[in-house]
Write a protein that binds this ligand. Structure first.
Ligand SMILES: Cc1ncc(C[n+]2csc(CCOP(=O)(O)OP(=O)(O)O)c2C)c(N)n1
Length: 577
């Protein structure tokens, strides 16, 4: 199959990998797109949402996004799902069986992986998902390739009746380059024809579809041998490098004279191409990030090659790593010099953590900006696993430790995967206190709306999910709503509820400072009262620092007047004006 569909024009745009991929999807006649935000995938849906021709949505979580988008494909329109790598875990249930069913109109799912954990809870290599689900895997190495692969992927999906996986990594998703813009092709809806054996996965039908899946895989094995996405670049035959994704660019930069087998369509493996290439070069080297997936394949084919050191299974690959990979030596990492993450000045989460810390409670955390409460000086959260666990791990902790435990979860995360945990807690007689940190946005990934904000991805008002009503409907005995800046009330309610014989939810509702830019008069500083003890710095606010003379300094450009720092000073040096 040749990738000849892209119309040529002189229209050039400077786009990130996410944006280029989205532009490619628009041009390829995409009609439906669904996602839940997550770095580094978020910009795909944000870009797609600008096109009136595309029905795009933030779904409540990745499982829902996958199913809604897949439903649209089965019903006859080209559709796309996008998430970060861990989002694929949430979507895994529909994903695995969708590989059995196949598609009707083309369906692509995008996994934006995060080698090096720039913004994630793990760095799993989702190329293995393609192998596990037995679906074709495309790995663009640049934004331009990301765009170019999309029409190919839709054609592949429709020709082979399969979901197609496209894997980006942070470097590709967030790197920008000039990309050629083309016209949108009009793809007619296919309509839906019921087919019991194909679309209804009762065991007997699923058995039949599994057989079909294995046959499809054999046909795809032929396709990977001839696809233009895989290419041999013969240069000096003394070193032949088998590689894919961004590793290809790094390897090209460092070993500029070497020969390359560059894989853009990397699963199923092009066995014959690998054998052919290996027979043409003296030494074979596999360069890939994280798991030795290509390397294992090369080994399985009995091809002598230099294996990378196991230490390279961890972390992002960098151009400066190339020589160590070639020599098979251990990875050398310098100590990180990156800026420490910190909550913004006026962040409503700071107020709650100040109280939780003061009360010396054990706090099961979750994922969002509020995870930063785990870091010094607040150090107020003791666990963070994955989305939803602020509620579910709280239940396990409470039932094990008995008292002084609180669970925290953000509003977007509560809608994503906290509601089921709350139902479970009520159902299983859990007592105690769950705190929903409701800053009225998905702050961590760039302030995307969610059902409880009452606005869609296109900025259109919609029915607003009322979190307090949900909590009551789930069976919470008490639901309180308090401002994050009302330290006294927060403390009173937390003390009253934490060890009580009922299950309570405390909703701490104050908008994120990134969406509510309002400022109050800044905190007043009385130098005469300051004992230079630095206790106020324990609030962890970037607006506060120490001057050379030891006195506290307030940055007037940063202070927004939340006054969370005021109670930290026992000498009244900080005051509300
Ligand atoms: C399964 C999964 N999907 C997406 C993400 C990316 N992500 C991390 S936290 C978060 C939501 C944060 O919003 P919220 O719970 O409202 O907390 P806030 O950041 O606003 O404090 C998202 C989308 C993730 N880490 N894991």
């Amino acid at each position: 199959m040749k990738n000849t569909e892209l119309p040529v024009s002189n229209n050039i745009r400077f786009l990130s990998g996410d944006e280029a991929l989205a532009q490619g999807a628009y041009e390829a006649g995409l009609v439906f797109a669904a996602a839940y935000p997550g770095t580094p995938s978020t910009e795909i849906l944000e870009y797609l949402s600008r096109f009136p021709e595309i029905d795009s949505q933030w779904s409540v979580n990745e499982k829902v996004a996958y199913e809604v988008a897949y439903g649209a494909a089965i019903a006859g329109n080209r559709s796309l799902y996008a998430s970060k790598h861990v989002g694929i875990n949430v979507a895994m249930d529909p994903l695995m069986t969708s590989a059995y069913i196949g598609v009707n109109a083309g369906f692509i799912f995008i996994s934006a992986d995060d080698p090096g954990l720039h913004s994630s809870q793990n760095e799993q290599d989702n190329r293995l998902v393609a192998r596990f689900a037995k679906v074709p895997l495309l790995e663009p190495a640049s934004p331009a390739e990301a765009k170019m692969y999309i029409p190919y992927a839709f054609n592949l999906s429709e020709k082979f009746d399969t979901p197609v996986m496209i894997r980006l990594t942070t470097r590709i998703a967030h790197t920008k380059e000039n990309v050629q813009i083309g016209e949108r092709v009009n793809v007619l809806p296919r309509g839906f024809k019921p087919d019991f054996t194909k679309y209804v996965m009762v065991p007997k039908n699923a058995y039949g579809r599994h057989i079909e899946l294995e046959k499809r895989l054999l046909r795809l094995k032929e396709e990977v041998e001839i696809t233009p996405l895989n290419r041999i670049e013969m240069n000096d035959p003394s070193l032949g490098i088998i590689t894919s994704s961004v590793s290809y660019l790094y390897a090209r930069e460092i070993f500029s004279n070497a020969s390359f087998l560059k894989l853009g369509f990397s699963y199923p493996f092009p066995e014959n191409l690998i054998k052919k290439f290996s027979s043409q070069v003296k030494e074979v080297l596999v360069i890939e990030e994280l798991e030795p997936m290509l390397e294992e394949e090369v080994a399985r084919l009995g091809i002598a090659h230099r294996a990378k050191h196991p230490s390279f299974r961890v972390g992002e690959l960098r151009p400066e790593d190339m020589l160590a990979v070639k020599e098979g030596t251990e990875r050398v990492m310098e100590a990180s010099t990156t800026r420490k993450p910190v909550m913004c000045p006026g962040c409503p989460h700071r107020g709650v953590y100040s109280v939780l810390k003061k009360l010396k409670l054990t706090v099961t955390g979750d994922i969002g900006c509020y995870t930063l409460g785990a870091l010094p000086p607040l150090s107020a959260i003791q666990t963070c696993l994955c989305m939803g666990t602020g509620v579910t791990m709280f239940e396990g902790f409470k039932k094990t430790l008995g008292k002084d435990v609180v669970g925290v979860i953000g509003d977007s995360t509560f809608v994503h995967s906290g509601i089921t945990g709350l139902v479970n807690a009520v159902y299983n007689h859990t007592k105690g206190l769950i705190i929903i940190l409701d800053n009225s946005t998905t702050a961590m990934t760039g302030t995307q709306p969610h059902p409880a904000t009452g606005v869609t991805i296109k900025g259109v008002p919609t029915k607003q999910l009322v979190i307090e009503d949900i909590c009551r409907a789930c069976g919470a005995d008490h639901v309180d709503i308090v401002s994050a800046y009302d330290a006294k009330k927060l403390e009173d309610i937390i003390k009253e509820r934490v060890n009580s014989e009922s299950l309570s939810v405390l909703i701490v509702r104050t908008p994120c400072k990134l969406i509510d830019r309002s400022k109050q008069s800044k905190v007043q500083f009385e130098p005469g009262h300051c004992k230079k003890c630095g206790a106020c710095l324990n609030a962890g606010c970037p607006a506060l620092s120490k001057s050379d003379d030891g006195l506290i300094k307030i940055d007037p450009g940063l202070c927004v007047g939340c006054y969370v720092c005021v109670p930290y000073c026992k000498f009244d040096a900080l005051k509300k004006p």
